[in-house]
Design a binder for this molecule. Structure first.
Ligand SMILES: [Zn+2]
Length: 433
């Protein structure tokens, strides 16, 4: 199993200059390669854009391309891995574009690759060969060829835990450098799943999550305070003179705060999903239509905060590790409008109503708890036991038209498919017909 281990780096100012130079080298090779491919296309010649072909082209031409104004080549200043990762990204972008055009690629249409500008792209490069990665008896550092020993903010050796490091991507976000190691771990098939039984999880607006057994997980309390700070920083940014130094500094502040909020959110989610996957044997969640909901302006902020998609993604791989099963309930299941006691369905339930009052059986229950119980019940319904999602789900029109909860196990890769906007429309049409 491949895993990513990401760590914040603590480079010296001199190392930081080298990191930026390497990221610039990757961008340079990407742009040079793209210009070459465009030229070939314009000349109506068929360019070869495999990584292998691009690398060969680069090696033949680098003495002419990567040179100062006086003709001295500068490409030796950076590791060849930097140029290689730029060409690798280009080869992938071209292949995505060509496959998307030919209908062999799913999802959003991919456009033709664009040149990467210095200001607007994330500085990034990667090592795939050579002696990069962990250093013996130096657990808080990484070896970056041509740059040297770079100190890390964490004990990286412990986090890698003896796994084989295949790749190291170095990038800068919000002013900070990170290394992401792709490591290969042996598949540890868990002996027995956790003993906690079945649970339904309702991803909330008021609290981050409510479980069907009554547990609630609060939103990180630091979020509000940071949001206030972010608002203030954004206001100050909008008052600064365009192009001024103070504006650049204000922008930096906004970017840093954004990253901080995102990090806190991710941290809370990681703690929640680890605990869920370690505790319960069957976890049911709802397949929320995040793209559709974010368009609703009142909810937009709350949804972003709760990071539904991220929660699902984390649960998918963590349940695979612990042996718990993840059940994803069809998004047309009326989990919040259904009475968890008698099964009657309300026609209207506004978002402001935090308590569910059932007009039929008289049940009074917290709205999120009611939904969590319904999700748990739907996830363990026997008729859904073998209804595996997977590739069939996307094309299976009969299943799309139903409102019954569909269970799938996204722990297997293929079923992590999201229905796109077009599919959603089809569902609505089928329903009204
Ligand atoms: Zn009822």
């Amino acid at each position: 199993m491949l895993e990513a281990v990401k760590v914040a780096l603590d480079p010296t100012p001199a190392q930081e200059r080298l990191l930026l130079s390497h990221a610039g080298a990757a961008r340079f090779a990407y742009n040079a390669g793209l210009a070459h491919v465009k030229e070939m296309l314009e000349a109506r010649e068929k360019p070869e854009w495999s990584l292998y072909a691009l690398r060969r082209w680069w090696n033949v031409n680098k003495d002419m391309l990567a040179v100062d104004s006086d003709g001295t080549p500068w490409w030796r200043e950076n590791s060849k891995e930097a140029y290689n990762s730029g060409l690798e990204a280009l080869a992938a972008a071209l292949s995505n574009w060509s496959k998307s055009r030919g209908g062999q690629r799913r999802g959003r249409r991919m456009g033709f690759p664009k040149f990467k500008s210095k200001d607007r792209t994330t500085p990034r490069f990667a090592y795939t060969t050579g002696s990069f990665g962990l250093i013996d008896r130096d657990s808080k550092a990484l070896r970056l060829p041509r740059i040297g020993r770079v100190h890390c903010m964490e004990n990286i050796a412990e986090r890698v835990g003896g796994a084989r490091v295949l790749r190291m991507t170095v990038s800068r976000r919000a002013g900070r450098w990170y290394a992401a190691l792709t490591v290969e771990r042996e598949d540890r098939t868990p002996t027995r799943p956790p003993k906690g039984g079945a649970v339904g999880v309702d991803l909330g607006v008021k609290s981050l999550a409510t479980l069907s057994d009554g547990t609630t997980i609060a939103n990180p309390h630091t979020l509000k305070a940071n949001e206030r700070r972010l608002k203030r920083a954004q206001r100050s940014l909008s008052r600064r003179q365009p192009g001024s130094h103070r504006r650049a500094r204000a922008r930096e502040r906004v970017v840093r705060l954004h990253a901080r909020v995102a990090n806190q959110r991710r941290d809370t989610l990681n703690k929640l999903t680890t605990w869920l996957a370690d505790t319960y044997s069957n976890i049911s969640i709802e397949d929320l239509n995040v793209a559709g909901m974010v368009r609703n302006h009142r909810l937009a902020k709350a949804i972003e905060d709760a990071s539904f998609a991220e929660l699902r993604r984390q649960l998918e791989y963590k349940t695979m590790r612990t042996g718990a099963r993840l059940h994803v309930i069809d998004r047309w299941h009326p989990s919040s409008k259904l009475c968890s006691n008698c099964g009657s369905v309300k026609t209207k339930l506004s978002l402001g109503e935090r308590t569910y009052h059932c007009g039929t059986c008289g049940l009074v229950i917290d709205r999120d708890l009611n939904a969590a119980i319904n999700i748990q019940v739907a996830g363990s319904a026997p008729e859904t036991l073998n209804a595996h999602g997977g590739d069939g789900r996307r094309n299976d029109a009969s299943r799309r038209a139903t409102q019954t909860p569909v269970k799938c196990e996204p722990s297997s890769h293929a079923s992590g498919v999201r229905l796109g906007a077009d599919d959603r429309k089809t569902v609505l049409q089928t329903k009204t017909n």
